[in-house]
Design a binder for this molecule. Sequence first.
Ligand SMILES: Cc1cc2nc3c(=O)[nH]c(=O)nc-3n(C[C@H](O)[C@H](O)[C@H](O)COP(=O)(O)OP(=O)(O)OC[C@H]3O[C@@H](n4cnc5c(N)ncnc54)[C@H](O)[C@@H]3O)c2cc1C
Length: 354
Amino acid sequence: MIDTPDAPAFQTLSQRLVELGKTLDRPEAWPLEQLTECGRAGVYRWFHSPDWGGLDWSPVDRIKGYMQLSAACLTTTFVITQRTGACQRIERSENEALKTRLLPDLVSGKSFATVGISHLTTSRQHIGRPTLRAQEVAGGFELEGFSPWVTGVPFAEHVVIGATLADDRQILAALPTQLDGVSIPATPELVGLSGSRTGRLECNKVFLSKEFLLYGPDENVMKQGTGGNTGGLQTSTLALGLARGAIDFLSQQAESRELLTDPAVSLEAEWNQCADRLYAMAGGESPCTSEELRQQANRLALNATQSALTAAKGTGYLVGHPAGRWCREALFFLVWSCPQPVAQAHLCELAGLS
Ligand SMILES: Cc1cc2nc3c(=O)[nH]c(=O)nc-3n(C[C@H](O)[C@H](O)[C@H](O)COP(=O)(O)OP(=O)(O)OC[C@H]3O[C@@H](n4cnc5c(N)ncnc54)[C@H](O)[C@@H]3O)c2cc1C
């Protein structure tokens, strides 16, 4: 049990997410009920200032909350991180009119927004041409191209999206998905987290009025109004949350199977050390670099989920058993906003080079 504010209410919400999670393996599933319950429990308000109806939780409490939620349902929690990334970028922009228009419904959970920014940072960096291009026109911008990865894209009223101008300056805007020229192809099946309904957003000569602009045009818009903490503590938090669920399963199995006790105790100790480092970093200390933390959290997610599957044996390999799903979900941390040094360290470890 992770020590979060309002722990009893949290316990109830977590149990509900575990129950509802069983439906997420179905084709075209989307965690609508889970997201609605999280909204009702005030989760979206943790991240915002009271000016917008938020609760302004401390960074450590947010991390504990995310960790508890991801131990219960990684898909729902991942969707919330992308939603939050969009909402925080909106809140931190200087476009007061747009904030007033969008934030109240977003913070209360009435509407849904998400982010499509990876093509400015980690995706398609080697192809030499921006995937989503913007051209300044009277009253705004014309957008052409696509954003390759947008979580929950079929359900978003707005996508906080990045685009690049011919002179390499960039913009971030809250793009309404109903604009002429915006299209959303069917979302692909993924190795795990298919319920996050992540897919492409395509723009064919889309006119985006200046009223939707959040940042830029500027050299590096991703440095402004950082909301999603891409590649930072948030990804490690969710990896640790997933590991938590798997270690709890192993420990519970160990109660009647003595051979599982030593591995469960060892994983628990490693988890506690990693969680302590994470809380310290969220509180502003530096017990290690964020890359070292990410590497340790990724390793724990992979090791703990595979240990759970080993303990669950063939039964765990049946579709529908959580152990198999946890293993697939753990692979996500090898690719989600994974900084190059962390990816390189994993490759060396897997190849026995370190
Ligand atoms: C489930 C999921 C959900 C996501 N949700 C979001 C979201 O909501 N918002 C968001 O902004 N992002 C999101 N992302 C994006 C994510 O954070 C990363 O940006 C993404 O995983 C990077 O992968 P890529 O295949 O696009 O990388 P790329 O670097 O574009 O790699 C694509 C392919 O190109 C080749 N390649 C790579 N590098 C080179 C090179 N140097 N030279 C030659 N060939 C090369 C490889 O064969 C590789 O398979 C999501 C990703 C996933 C998997």
